[in-house]
Design a protein around this ligand. Structure first.
Ligand code: GTP
Ligand code: MG
Length: 296
């Protein structure tokens, strides 16, 4: 048999409000921590491909930024990244949270309803809810998407993930792989290293700090036994720079240790990490600066 008869491949685009668990689902499917995950909304800022390869299949997931009403320009780019995932899918996943009122992402809901592509509505975090409120959530979503399959799951606790996987595989067309079979993301090592630093910042700092930060990997040099990484953390104000660094540098040191440990796990190599903090005034509202940071 040739590929056209025995190999399935296609694109599965994951959409939904911030913080519902989209990145958790993709990482769990792919078995690698490609997208960073935090308890804060608006963690993911780019569209990230996670590729799950099997002998007879290749599933290309797209993790996207949570859908929101943009306030500043960074969020406009985030929304654009999410919108870019509204086409070219073989299966759409719209994720929502059990026990929560359906969100009113009218634009996205309308597009998904008009599309002929199969849609799975995943009701996540069922570990946090009871039967009655789950039943109500399922009913609400059924009213919004009467033709979609609705699957309750817990991406974090790995409940019903296999059911979603099996269903995706059924829905995918027969096709040869789109990417080399040993590839598991479209993102570079530099990108992932930067995201690891950003995740630690989202975890350790409060209020506006996580949202005012962008991380740029200035250099990423791999030797035989070690990878040397220079990361610059950009923030908007001098006062934020002070908070990021902390008293005698203690906060930045903590971020550095945590990020290094995580990079060592991800890259399976010793890491030497240097962190710097710089101020880039108003970068979140400046097209040129956003473009330099890779927003398109
Ligand atoms: N209890 C519970 N928590 C979950 C589950 N799935 C994800 N979470 C948590 O929900 C939070 C958000 O998860 P993410 O995967 O970052 O959510 P996201 O949809 O990618 O968020 P954005 O990138 O901001 O759009 C994290 O604290 C996760 O650990 C689940 O099934 N159960
Ligand atoms: Mg995310």
């Amino acid at each position: 048999m040739n590929d056209q008869e025995s190999h399935k491949a296609g694109f599965v685009n994951i959409l939904g409000k911030p913080n519902v668990g989209k990145s958790t689902l993709m990482n769990s499917m792919v078995g690698e921590k490609l997208s960073i995950i935090t308890s804060k909304a608006q963690t993911t800022r780019h569209r990230i491909h996670g590729i799950l390869n099997g002998e007879n299949y290749q599933i290309v997931f797209s993790d996207t930024p949570g859908i929101l009403d943009p306030g500043y320009k960074l969020q406009e780019y985030m929304l654009k990244n999410a919108k870019s995932a509204l086409s070219d899918a073989d299966v759409f996943i719209y994720m929502a949270e059990a026990g929560q009122q359906p969100d009113e992402n009218e634009f996205f809901i309308k597009k998904l309803k008009a599309s002929k592509t199969p849609l799975l509505v995943l009701i996540n975090k069922i570990d946090l809810t009871d039967q009655d409120s789950l039943a109500a959530t399922v009913e609400n979503w059924h009213n919004i998407f009467p033709d979609a399959e609705i699957v309750p799951l817990s991406a974090l606790k790995n409940f019903n993930i296999d059911r979603v996987f099996n269903r995706i595989l059924e829905l995918l067309p027969y096709a040869p792989p789109f990417y080399p079979k040993d590839m598991f993301t479209d993102k570079s090592e530099r990108f992932i290293a930067g995201e690891i630093v950003r995740e630690k910042i989202l975890q350790y700092y409060k209020q506006e700090i996580p949202y005012s930060v962008e991380v740029e990997i200035e250099s990423f040099k791999e030797d035989k036994n070690i990878i040397r990484v220079r990361a610059v953390i950009y923030t908007e104000k001098e006062s934020q720079k002070g908070i990021l660094i902390g008293h005698r540098g203690n906060m930045l040191k903590k971020v550095g240790i945590e990020a290094r440990t995580e990079m060592e796990n991800f890259f399976s190599k010793k890491i030497y990490l240097e962190l710097f903090v710089k101020v880039q005034k108003e970068w979140r509202n400046d097209d040129r600066k956003l473009k330099n940071f890779g927003y398109r």
